[in-house]
Design a protein around this ligand. Structure first.
Ligand SMILES: *Cc1c(COP(=O)(O)O)cnc(C)c1O
Length: 420
């Protein structure tokens, strides 16, 4: 089984650059066809691998492809796959101390507690607030400036107004690299305000956190180190397979206090000062064994390789070349490695510009060599390019520029005709 699976995986990896980037066509029939009862008897492996590699996998976004520049790319560093294979074979339960999921302790004042985010925050922050029992009307959205960064003045005013109204501000969530435009909030100024106001400071560094590894983005990320808690996604900046997430907290004792639990059938918890026990710091008891992905890849390749990989993905040259295309207005140059822009021409309405930009991004992706996406931010549709994967090189940026140029002629012939 292992030999058969490895052979298919290697073949698949070798073919990555020539696989269709956007395989999601006519999928409804395929999805219906896949609704089948579990077979009572077993099925030979070869046929199952055929189904997986020829039918299922190609009908999807080719996220590990070098040309994938859409959303926030993930890499899928291969060494993590053998690491998972080892971990799943060993099948150790790595969270053995805790018996019960933690309960969020709602004090009587929870209805008065207010948290703050910017209007560019990832929607998972609002979802998390709900799970924690904080109602949507107690998550106050703060306006961003022209560069899509949280406005510290607006935040200060909102906190003062809420205090005056008898509410209890308790937390601010900043983003270090937003999903829409890659903007980094003024982390250090927000940290100052949180310190002055006595508020918990969480930074969402899911996309941008690992740019701390690079020297030339340290200035824009100044203040990240002052967070009380920080989320980072190794499946983005460290090109791990999806599902590799990390939460860093300044004071582990607080996290432990929220999750610690014991039961008669569990052994004594280890000394909290010295040993990290997952089950005392999160909701899971029986859990998989995610550590080898990070351990094997980092020790095998060395930390410098990750630093070098992220440092060369700044997208500065890609953004310069996109900005130089006719009719492109750069709305958000890359603070890190993501930039956003729209099409504009004299006399165009917002609706026309939105439609043209959307068509440009779709038509560029349809040419099949790179995949790009877009997002609505600040009241208009912005095209979006994010360079992050270790497989992406200058050649894909050449493809991006060529295909955007060609796509402009495909989708906007009449508009361009009027202009040239
Ligand atoms: C990707 C992303 C998230 C969500 O993380 P997932 O690992 O995809 O669930 C949250 N915030 C930002 C800024 C992101 O880019």
């Amino acid at each position: 089984m292992a030999d058969a699976v490895v052979a298919r995986c290697v073949e698949h990896l070798d073919s990555l650059p020539t696989q269709p980037l956007y395989g999601v066509h006519d999928t409804e029939a395929l999805c219906r066809q896949m609704r089948e009862p579990a077979p009572a008897a077993g099925t030979p492996l070869d046929g199952l691998l055929d189904d997986l590699f020829t039918t299922c996998i190609p009908h999807s976004f080719d996220t590990p492809s070098p040309g994938y520049l859409a959303y926030i790319p993930g890499g899928g560093l291969f060494a993590a796959a053998p690491a998972d294979f080892l971990a799943d074979t060993a099948n150790r339960s790595t969270g053995i101390w805790q018996a019960a999921p933690s309960l969020v302790q709602l004090g009587a004042d929870i209805r008065l507690c207010v948290s703050y985010t910017s209007d560019q925050v990832h929607h998972c922050v609002n979802e998390s607030a709900k799970l924690a029992g904080i109602m949507p009307d107690r998550v106050h959205t703060i306006a961003t400036d022209a560069a899509f960064r949280l406005s510290v003045d607006a935040l200060r005013e909102a906190i003062a107004a809420d205090r005056a109204a008898g509410l209890l501000p308790f937390m601010v969530v900043s983003t270090a690299g937003t999903t829409n435009t890659g903007a980094v909030d003024p982390l250090n100024d927000v940290a100052d305000l949180c310190a002055a106001e006595g508020l918990w400071y969480h930074v969402d560094g899911a996309y941008g956190g690992f740019f701390r590894l690079c020297d030339d983005t340290r200035a824009v990320l100044r203040g990240l180190e002052r967070a009380d808690s920080l989320t980072r996604d190794p499946h983005k900046g460290m090109v791990m397979p999806y599902g590799t997430d990390a939460l860093l907290v300044r004071d582990g004792a607080l996290l432990r206090a929220a999750h610690a639990a014991t039961a008669g059938y569990l052994p004594d918890a280890p000394d909290a000062g010295e040993f990290y026990d997952p089950s005392q710091h999160g909701p899971d008891l029986s859990r998989g064994f995610p550590g080898p992905r990070m351990w094997l890849t980092i020790t095998l390749h060395g930390a410098d390789a990750f630093r070098a990989a992220i440092t060369e993905k700044r997208a500065v040259e890609a953004a310069r070349r996109v900005a130089a295309l006719p009719h492109v207005v750069m709305d958000a140059p890359p603070d890190l490695s993501l930039f956003a822009f729209h099409l504009s021409w004299p006399g165009a309405t917002l609706v026309q510009e939105d439609a043209a930009t959307r068509m440009l991004m779709d038509a560029t992706s349809r040419r099949g060599r790179v995949m790009v996406s877009g997002a609505v931010a600040g009241g208009r549709y912005l095209g979006h390019v994010c360079v992050l994967s270790f497989r992406t090189y200058a050649r894909q940026i050449d493809h991006l520029i060529d295909d955007m140029q060609a796509a402009m002629h495909d989708v906007l012939p009449s508009t361009l005709g009027q202009l040239q």
